[in-house]
Design a protein around this ligand. Structure first.
Ligand code: CTP
Length: 431
């Protein structure tokens, strides 16, 4: 159980999913929390303040000039009283306003004044969610520490089928309770709370959860995945690369997205399409990939490096096409940045790093060495000597290795392999 009664500030913006916020408020109250709801003017067109006032037994904040709340400067008082601020559903408009520092109504002024952790659960049409402006706003806010609960896929109110549905109410409530517990643990003596029992979350009546959305154990987590090969230019027409197809990394991105994570996929040049709803960062060289990973790592909870990054690049890149001459030719190679080797030094508490290891011999021994040398939490050892495993196949056969354990998986699809890796990561994180 949580210690003192915690206050959740639930901001409801203008989206058809606003009606689901009533279930969020109700579940949180039933879980023993105190909930204050702040409704934007557009939110109030979809659901009335009376609904929330009845469910929470407290005043629903609607606009800045309403003086009847118990505090004098409402937005500051509500912000100060909050242990956690949740914006659900969050429209493209409110995300854009927060990202741009616009505070022109009760909701946005209150959010800006909040110093507590903030969670955003977007809900909008797929094309709006995929719009690069919205995606850039999300990335910007993540860098400022906002947590996102990715929307799910399904039939949207506009009739389109795609990503943009508010994440299941149960997943949102579970994440809120989990975050409050984490905050409480970090702010108090861990020994006194470590045996705390998980809160009961009430499953809302009438909430439909499709099969792929059932397991939402990565809701609110930010997962950074790398995939595919890198290309190291020799001259404008030639480069050094490898056989990586990107399929394993793309499967991990897809599986993480299915489990509710907010996913950034840093990908080398591949011939496959990225899963919908993940943020794709397309790169070419090992240096590009290193820069993209370093840029996103701060806002990442789980990094999974499935990319086949070149260890060497041509020391000099010719400006013009190199013309052939008689006799042999030598290309001097220089080392690239070891991304995983470097990132260990930037790792903060709570971040989890999983590498991949591709070997043709001594798979487990060499992989264990990489786990230690690169200071990883986990490594997926991948033998390309196994039939059906490794480059370009739709199946894989890996062994998941951590400091204390080793788990050999059978030959299964890359998507199943991805889920097994995520199962292992979730188990490690919850420990
Ligand atoms: N990796 C990386 N940066 C590099 C090379 C590799 O971050 N410059 C990552 C890969 O994405 C993978 C892990 O390190 O997750 C292991 O890659 P692998 O190619 O198996 O091993 P290397 O460290 O490159 O060592 P070696 O080539 O000697 O086996």
């Amino acid at each position: 159980m949580l210690g003192d009664k915690k206050n959740v500030l639930l901001v409801v913006s203008g989206s058809i999913a606003a009606y689901k916020a009533a279930d969020i408020a109700r579940n949180l109250i039933k879980a023993g929390l105190s909930v204050t709801v702040c409704l934007t003017a557009n939110g109030a067109k979809f659901i009335t303040p009376i609904t929330f006032e009845t469910l929470t037994a407290s005043k629903c904040l609607v606009d800045t000039f309403d003086r009847s709340f118990k505090f004098d400067v409402e937005h500051i008082s509500a912000a100060k009283a909050a242990d956690l601020c949740v914006i659900a559903p969050a429209s493209a408009n409110i995300i854009g306003k927060i990202a741009s520092g616009i505070a022109d109504d009760m909701a946005t002024t209150t959010i800006m004044a909040c110093t507590c952790p903030k969670i955003i659960a977007p809900a909008m049409n797929t094309a709006m969610y995929d719009n690069p402006i919205v995606q850039d706003n999300i990335i910007k806010l993540r860098k400022y520490g906002y947590r996102f609960i990715a929307p799910s896929e399904g039939l949207l109110a506009c009739g389109d089928v795609g990503r943009g549905k508010l994440a299941p109410v149960e997943a949102i409530c579970t994440y809120i309770l989990q975050m409050l517990r984490e905050e409480e643990h970090s702010g108090s003596d861990a020994a006194s709370t470590e045996n705390a029992a998980p809160e009961q979350v009430v499953t809302p009546v009438g909430e439909e959860v499709s099969a792929s959305q059932k397991k939402q154990d990565l809701a609110g987590r930010h997962v950074l995945v790398t995939a595919g090969p890198t290309q190291e230019a020799i001259d404008p027409v030639r480069y050094i690369t490898n056989h990586s197809s990107g399929k394993m990394g793309y499967a991990i991105a897809e599986a993480a997205r299915n489990r509710g994570a907010e996913v950034v996929l840093v990908s080398g040049q591949v011939a496959i399409s990225p899963p919908e709803g993940v943020k794709l960062v397309s790169v070419v060289s090992a240096q590009d990939m290193a820069e993209a990973v370093f840029e996103h790592f701060d806002a990442t909870d789980i990094l999974i490096m499935a990319a086949a990054v070149a260890d060497y690049r041509p020391a000099e890149v010719a400006d013009q096409k190199i013309k052939k001459k008689d006799g042999d030719m030598v290309i001097r190679l220089a080392r690239t940045t070891d991304i995983l080797g470097t990132i260990a030094g930037k790792k903060k508490d709570g971040q989890f790093i999983c590498g991949f290891s591709m070997e043709t011999e001594n798979l487990l021994e060499n992989s264990r060495k990489k786990l230690e040398k690169k200071k990883l939490d986990m490594i997926a050892a991948n033998s390309i000597a196994e039939p059906g495993a490794g480059f370009a196949h739709d199946t894989n056969k890996i062994t998941i290795i951590t400091k204390d354990a080793e788990l050999s998986l059978p030959l299964i699809s890359k998507l199943e392999t991805a889920d097994r890796i995520l199962d292992a990561i979730v188990a490690e994180i919850s420990e």
